[in-house]
Design a protein around this ligand. Structure first.
Ligand code: NAD
Length: 336
């Protein structure tokens, strides 16, 4: 039986990946500070713990058969929407936490491989489009996020710098210790079971929540900035499929995993209003924004992995809106 270790298995993408791997017949161990918030973990074994702790990392890298895993999926990091990542208030913590986790995993895997005279574990690292240079993302209609546009580096946040450093770290361990690594740069992943309130939610979930909270007739929601900033959003099932393809392939990356259906935030609000069948007005207020324009460029992934996204943004938003609407309803019921 194939085995997989999913780090960050209590989070959004990690818990979806656990489900997918279990359905594919893997034996899965999940690790996270917390259990998944919205459903029971499907992992065969779930370890609640802090991956900054080197002793914990040493322990979890061994399978119950005292060998190494076939795959490791590394999703553990401090994530947020713009409200968490772009204010600057959380920079030191974001960088310290993620770098510590990635260093621990790579270093302990090298030690374990040496001890067991093995080197079979493929390690997937979830990088981010936030590592692309700000100067290529000033024009909302024409951002450049090709993989080869990464240098000279100039990410607009410390989160992006850390993601860039860590993808380099994985490739360094590949060069020096032959660790088989796979690196993706995710572009705004969204869908059911993603954070939708509390300050770390991203734009699609935040907008779905705001629209779902309006009365049936609609109303006004707040939008950060002028809403003309552009982004693309990829539905989580498609992200999982692309990631699995990357890990099974011989291609190491780094490669974009995203959608090329770029919209402005105003258009995202309009799509959500349509899906919700509500009349929604926008009140533009100050808020943390990130780069002016961003879109995935999928030329490389199409060429290397023959993968492309299938769902339209509207189809993905419909699934997400319905899920968030249910979350709000059950929360309101629980209060009664
Ligand atoms: P998430 O916040 O839902 O999941 C991350 C998980 O990591 C959380 O459950 C958290 O508890 C866990 N974690 C953090 N620090 C830890 C520690 N010290 N020890 C153990 N667990 C720890 O985020 P997500 O959306 O599922 O993102 C997964 C990965 O993908 C992250 O690395 C993120 O940077 C990357 N990524 C996500 C997106 C996106 O749009 N969701 C975009 C680009 C990159």
């Amino acid at each position: 039986m194939k085995t997989a270790l999913v780090l960050g298995a209590g989070g959004f993408i990690g818990s979806h990946m656990v489900r997918r791997l279990i359905n594919e017949g893997f034996w899965v161990r999940g690790v996270d500070l917390k259990y998944p918030e919205f459903s029971q973990t499907k992992a065969n074994e779930f370890v609640q713990g802090d991956l900054r702790n080197i002793l914990l990392v040493e322990d979890i890298l061994k399978t119950p058969e005292n060998t190494t895993f076939d795959h490791i999926y590394q999703f553990a990091a401090d994530m947020g929407g713009a409200g968490f990542v772009f204010t600057g208030e959380n920079d030191a913590h974001i960088m310290h936490n993620s770098v510590s986790i990635n260093l621990n995993i790579l270093d302990q895997q090298v030690k374990l491989n040496k001890k067991l005279s093995l080197n079979k574990t493929k390690i997937f690292y979830s990088g981010s489009a936030c590592m692309y240079p700000e100067h290529n993302q000033l024009d909302p209609d024409n951002p450049n996020c090709r993989e080869d546009s990464a240098y000279p580096a100039n990410p607009d946040s410390e989160y992006g710098w850390e993601k860039l450093f860590s993808e380099r770290l994985y490739f360094a361990y590949n060069r020096n210790y032959k660790i088989p690594v796979r690196v993706a740069r995710y572009h705004n992943i969204f869908g059911p079971e993603g954070t939708w309130e509390g300050g770390r939610e991203k734009a699609p979930a935040a907008i779905c929540r705001k629209v779902a909270s309006l009365s049936e007739d609609g109303g006004t929601i707040e939008v950060w900035g002028d809403g003309l900033q552009t982004r693309s959003f990829l539905f989580v099932d498609e992200c999982i499929e692309a990631t699995r393809r990357l890990v099974e392939s011989d291609f190491m990356g780094p490669v974009n995993i995203g959608s090329e259906e770029m919209v402005s935030i105003n258009e995202l609000v309009d799509i959500t209003s349509k899906v919700a069948n509500k009349l929604v007005k926008k009140n533009h207020i100050d808020g943390p924004l990130g780069v002016r324009g961003r879109n995935s460029n999928n030329d490389l992934i199409r060429q290397k992995l023959n993968w492309d996204y299938k769902l339209t943004l509207e189809e993905g938003i419909l699934k997400t809106y319905q899920w968030i609407n249910e979350q709000i309803k059950s929360k309101n019921l629980a209060r009664v």
